[in-house]
Design a protein. Sequence first.
Length: 438
Amino acid sequence: MTDVPPGLLISAPSSGTGKTTVMLGLLRALRDDGLTVQPYKSGPDYIDPAFHRAASGRPSFNLDTWAMDPALLNGIAAEMMDADICIAEGSMGLYDGVATKGQTGFGSSAETAMRMGWPVILVVDVGGQAQSAAATALGFKAYAPDLPFAGVILNRVASPRHERLARLGMDKAGIPVLGVLPRRGDLSLPERHLGLIQAVEHPDLETAIAGYAEFLRAHVDLSAIRAAAAGAVQKSGGGLPRPPAQRIALAQDAAFSFTYPHLLKGWRAAGAEILPFSPLADEAPDTGADLVWLPGGYPELHAGQLAAASQFLAGLRAHAETRPVHGECGGYMALGTALIDKEGNTHAMAGLLGLVTSYEKRKFHLGYRRAVLGAAMPGFATGQALRGHEFHYSTILEQPDAALADVFDADGNPVPETGSLRGNVTGTFFHLITPEAA
């Protein structure tokens, strides 16, 4: 057992309360104060960690009690050991998770905070209420009495009078107020259909983050926040996922960017070589790669450009003749025969799978996935169970190839997105988080 740096988890009663703004501003403000800050994200989000990295200067890692077993959680927690403080961002509301227990828990932010020993800072949107906000905060504090609770940051405060009334309620409830953020309309990050835009696409991300930090510094008690941080001892016996190949050509650009940081860290730590390339720049994968991996992203926004990327497509097809290619979500769509964009235009894709997908016919697909492989895929044998997460709006119009896996949601119900297999090419609509331990 080893002492670890203290930490905090930024959460909220629900989505849309401003916790991402608080998270990014706090990361940068603490970094500007000379601290080495290790960011984390509770849950399966793969967009927020890129923003965390921009704000903190360090990779941000997901902690997910539904998908991850204790050993992987321990391995990811070990990434904090050279930091001065950890700041984690929750997902959805503090206690929101799934109904059926996963490998360690139900996937809630509260479980992450409890396991890590991180006190919770609850960001409470007090718009439309004043003293009543204290009843909400008190309920969140009392719902799990063993959960360490640091206090609240009041957000979207309309006036000094509004602040006085909200503070009165919190004082009566015995809940520390760590900050009061006045209402401002220019603080939200740009969004699109999967939530936030990607960090790499933000027109001026550095200026935005610096502005959040200035805003937080002016309106929160950074000393009190630092004093509230705490942490449990680091549990031993952890490790990160092993690589699926030795030399991995990894697509990385605005169309393909959703890869969980703990996977890449694990692959590199085990000695794998990551060979990035950009399909949007019409770059072919490295001819010496053992595996081509196309992660998720937004191919539907770049379908015409991808369809015209002749060197990329030729290199991908040549690789697939003798060596494995795998695609996840957006990468899976790009491996198919065609992609129909939101205007109804059909774009030819790589044609390595028979998959035809449409973004014109939108349907929301969201949730954890457990897949039991019916055939081998790169790095995993037939029968291996994988844990992942699916989040997209695309509809399958044709899928003539063999199914790759039996795929289930968090409650064990089968889902129709089984993935595909043709020759050396595999694809799934879920993003891999981790294989289940044998």
